[in-house]
Design a protein around this ligand. Structure first.
Ligand code: AHR
Length: 533
């Protein structure tokens, strides 16, 4: 059995995650990435130490952010049904979706894209709906977009959800003036052509919109630019995005695709001082043999989770470059697109990216959120792609029916980490081995909330074996434990419109607390969240 040791959070002078592979029989430790002083013990137990008194960084609630694009059935046929729809709605926005999402405490919602953002012209989406011009959504299926869901509707949706808006402007095919005027239209409370236009369209008071993206994936669908060229465009566009009427903008530059570190290097060097955030994207793809969301074997399970875990290295390497130019960590890393990307469901439009969501996706979500939490000194926002009916969605709809996905349940279970203080952890855990390759079976993050309650979120990636874990608390005494678990009988388990509750959280009680030490048995393929008081 192989074991690894992970340390997360700030411990003395060492920081972030370090990993050791402890070889068979635990006779030697070999640093994987940097030199550390972790000790191997002779025991073959999984152990977790939680430093309850050493928390320093706050887990920004925006790490639990979402993303809604004009793509497939995310907006039209998802959030937006229109005011005349027989489906219960509030000003055209579907009530059951809003109700379900409110339970996640969504902190921030990114819109209108994605690739769509760089061909969207916001003025087409304001004013009386019957007068709005249509356009062709060239990225996503060449479908005609009637622009019925525009700025006012999006900001209404955010108000209904109780979240902050995050708007991504058009750099690829738009103009500086267009983006400048969008900010003025939304946020200026004085007299001006744009503010008056907003009033004419029925909104007297300006909105507050802090987060503005300056283009999306401008290395690809947003204009196929070189980083040097985009860095100059970023400098130009962002100059004209003004702070009107006390609305302080948080300007977000387009970040890299996955492991393209050169992009981050150039952007930080040329424009780092002018940005508040930079937004790398990482999709962990699908299986190895099968790209189906629900028909796959262990080979695909392993490959998918292995790729999902890679987000940690990607964050750390981008962070290293950011540290060089911004040692005080003023610039946030905003991972504003992430998640699993499977083959679309049979019989659906391939450009609509409609995919099912299984317990494997729940583990992708659980481990990714743990990794974001553990890097909250730099990661200030993350937006899973996407909220409804697209990619790794929270919610799937079929006419009036709606189901919650396993990923939804992970977001609901993990919401306890929002704005809590990250607690450093030391995890010594066994590997999950498959056909000669190995990944850590266990994955964890821990936090302490304002009331003093601690929450530990744990993933067991091994699809066959339960894991016994001994947890020790330093700096506190654990007195009371409760928990919830998300697991399933099979690796492909998922919720359907016929059987919507196949995968849902249950009370977790497979633990014993004795003299302050907690012994837990994590079921195979599970996400567990413990509350410790
Ligand atoms: O989320 C789907 C697409 O993935 C987005 O539009 C784009 O930014 C990314 O490539």
């Amino acid at each position: 059995m192989r074991y690894r040791v992970f340390r997360t959070g700030l411990l003395g002078t060492a920081k972030k995650t370090v990993a050791l592979v402890v070889t068979a029989l635990l006779v030697a430790c070999a640093p994987l990435s940097r030199s550390v002083h972790a000790q191997s013990s002779e025991s073959s137990e999984n152990t977790l130490v939680i430093h309850a008194d050493k928390g320093k960084d706050t887990i920004n609630r925006n790490i639990y952010g979402h993303f809604a694009e004009h793509l497939g059935r995310c907006i039209y046929g998802g959030f937006w049904v229109g005011e005349d729809s027989p489906m219960p709605n509030t000003r055209g926005i579907r009530n059951d979706i809003v109700q379900a999402l409110r339970k996640l405490n969504i902190p921030v919602l990114r819109w209108p894209g994605g690739c769509f953002a760089d061909e969207y012209h916001w003025k087409d989406g304001i004013g009386p709906r019957e007068n709005r011009p249509a356009m062709v959504n060239t990225h996503w299926g060449m479908v005609t977009e009637n622009n019925h869901f525009g700025t006012h509707e999006f900001l209404d949706l955010c108000e209904q959800l109780g979240c902050e808006p995050y708007i991504c402007g058009n750099v690829g095919s738009g103009t500086v003036l267009e983006m400048q005027q969008w900010v003025e239209y939304i946020t200026f409370d004085g007299r001006s052509p744009m503010a008056d236009l907003r009033r004419m369209n029925g909104r007297n008071e300006p909105w507050k919109v802090r987060y503005w993206g300056v283009g999306n994936e401008n290395w690809g669908c947003g204009g196929n630019m070189r980083p040097e060229y985009y860095a100059d465009l970023y400098r130009r566009f962002s100059t004209y995005l003004r702070n009107f009427s006390g609305n302080r903008l948080y300007k977000i530059a387009c970040g890299a695709s996955g492991a393209n570190y050169q992009w981050t290097e150039v952007l930080m060097r040329e424009a780092g001082r002018r940005m508040n955030g930079i937004s790398p994207h990482y999709y962990c793809g699908s299986g190895k043999k099968s790209r189906s969301a629900t028909r796959f074997g262990e080979v695909d399970w392993f490959a998918q989770l292995q790729r999902a875990l890679r987000i940690e290295e990607i964050i750390e390497k981008h962070a290293e470059i950011m540290d060089k130019y911004d040692p005080r960590k003023r610039v946030g890393m905003m991972v504003d697109e992430w998640g699993a990307w499977h083959r679309v469901e049979p019989g659906t439009n391939p450009r609509f990216l409609y995919q099912q969501n299984s317990i494997r996706d729940a583990l992708v979500a659980g481990l990714s959120l743990n990794i974001f939490n553990n890097h909250c000194d730099r990661v200030k926002m993350a937006n899973i792609a996407q909220t409804v009916n697209v990619l790794q969605a929270m919610i799937l709809t079929q006419q009036e029916k709606m189901i919650l996905t396993p990923t939804y349940h992970v977001f609901e279970m993990y919401k306890v980490h929002q704005d809590a203080v990250l607690l450093p952890t030391e995890l010594r855990g066994a590997d999950y081995e498959y056909e000669g390759e190995a990944i850590p079976a266990l994955n964890v993050s821990a936090s302490k909330d304002r009331s003093g309650a601690m929450h530990i979120s744990l993933c067991n990636l091994d699809p066959k074996r339960a894991a016994d874990l001994v947890c020790e608390f330093q700096g506190t005494t654990a007195r009371k434990v409760s928990g919830r678990v998300l697991t399933a009988d099979t690796i492909t388990a998922h919720n359907t419109f016929e059987e919507p509750d196949t995968v849902q959280p249950a009370v977790f009680d497979d633990f014993k607390l004795k003299a302050g030490t907690l012994n837990v048995t994590l079921p195979s393929k599970s996400v567990v969240v413990l509350e410790i008081k």
